[in-house]
Design a protein around this ligand. Structure first.
Ligand code: QAP
Ligand code: CO
Length: 168
């Protein structure tokens, strides 16, 4: 297992569109293990492959209190079941230190595959619904800061770029 490097906004690689996973092999299992290790190591609740510069439709989530409910979604697609919006304070491991309120549909139904390639569906509400939508956005190059005003997004970009220059 390995902790992978997480790309940070405004890295242009976060804007790439991920390709569907077609091969369900050992490499995929290792990627998923590494995503979990990276996510748990950074105290995250969700991580998409795009964030570690792997441009395949795979993501992991664990929104449980005790960090004992790992969820894997390969080739996820969702439909909105209840379009009423729910607001959450969202953060992102690729936007460290910043949290902002985002409104998203409150209930969705996700179709995805597991690491073996088995198709499954599940309905999600509350934080899980928000987290799935946030992570699926990553797979099409979208970030939660895109839902904020231009001014807020530019401020976040400026501050993060300053941080990144310090550590480069
Ligand atoms: C997405 O984000 C999410 O800034 C997952 O310093 C978050 O795991 C969806 C994190 C909230 C819905 C609600 C962020 C850790 C983790 C930071 C995360 C930080 C340390 C973010
Ligand atoms: Co994120």
């Amino acid at each position: 297992m390995a902790i992978l490097q997480i790309l940070e906004f405004p890295d242009p690689r976060l804007r790439k569109v991920a390709a569907p996973v077609t091969v369900f092999d050992e490499n995929l299992k290792v990627l998923i293990e590494d995503l979990f290790e990276t996510m748990y190591g950074a105290e995250g609740i969700g991580l998409a492959a795009t964030q570690v510069n792997v441009h395949q439709r795979a993501l992991v989530i664990d929104v449980s209190e005790n960090k004992d409910s790992p969820l894997v979604f390969i080739n996820p697609e969702y439909e909105v079941i209840d379009a009423e919006l729910a607001e959450y304070d969202e953060g992102c491991l690729s936007v460290p230190g910043f949290y902002e309120t985002v409104a998203r549909p409150r209930i969705i139904r996700v179709s995805a595959q597991d690491t073996q390639g088995n198709q499954f569906q599940r309905e999600a509400g509350e934080l899980l619904a928000t987290c799935i939508q946030h992570e699926v956005d990553h797979l099409v190059g979208k970030l939660f800061v895109d839902y904020l005003s231009t001014l807020k997004r530019q401020r976040i970009r400026y501050k993060l770029q300053k941080e990144q220059q310090k550590s480069a």
